[in-house]
Design a protein around this ligand. Structure first.
Ligand code: URA
Length: 214
């Protein structure tokens, strides 16, 4: 990975994050435990991904005196979930960002062209003044993430960040070829993709593991 690309990929190498991700990768981890872990991990990822969002100074009164503090700028942050696995991040992130707005992006893969096609897109109003955090657990080929950010950019949000659980070099390269301005936050960059488009070693199908649909 080039130096510029490395700067746009934030690998969240925190012991708590790594511990939880390792448990999630285990094939014997139950649906119940997987859900609990993604919930806990999401809150930690929300903390990291919001580290540099803009703040401004405000004056407040404590019970003792007047002082200044910092508060987040602009309209409420948007959590933009790429359906369906992105929804796995929502509850945990909303614990840290309880006033965040939630948008949904539905994409399916056209069997003929293999390109993602939009079937659902709903965001809050006032996107020009909002920071958007795009959620999808697996950055595999990157095609859905690219398409989701294409759709979001039409609404000209103030900023866009992308969060996943596991990325791979192919997905990162594809994503940043289209959206070099959008940083990726991930606990792991795995070896690559297998012939079925799964990340290896990965954690399997994130949607199936979150929703118990295997
Ligand atoms: N989607 C998943 O859920 N898992 C992968 O490994 C790749 C895409």
């Amino acid at each position: 990975m080039s130096e510029a690309a490395e700067r746009r990929v934030h690998v969240i190498d925190h012991p708590l994050v790594q511990h939880k991700l390792t448990l999630m990768r285990c094939k014997d981890t139950s649906t119940k435990t997987f859900r609990q872990l993604i919930h806990e991990l999401s809150a930690l990822l929300a903390y990291e991904v919001t580290r540099d969002i803009p703040t401004h100074e405000v004056t407040i009164e404590t019970p003792l005196e007047s002082t200044t503090g910092r508060m987040i700028d602009g309209k409420k942050t948007v959590l933009a979930s790429i359906l369906r696995a992105g929804n796995g991040f929502l509850d945990g992130m909303l614990e840290v960002l309880p006033s965040a707005r939630v948008g949904h992006i539905g994409l399916y893969r056209d069997p003929a062209t293999l390109k993602p096609v939009e079937y659902y897109f709903k965001m809050p109003s006032g996107m020009e003044e909002r920071d958007v955090i795009v959620l999808d657990p697996m950055l595999a080929t990157g095609n859905s993430a690219v398409a989701a950010v294409d759709l979001l950019k039409r609404l000209t949000p103030r900023s866009i960040r992308f969060v996943c659980l596991v990325a791979c070099p192919e997905g990162i390269a594809n994503f940043h070829a289209h959206h070099p301005d959008v940083p990726i936050y991930t606990p792991a960059v795995d070896r690559g993709l297998n012939d079925h488009g799964y990340i290896v070693p990965g954690l399997g199908d994130a949607g199936d593991r979150i929703f118990g649909t295997k």
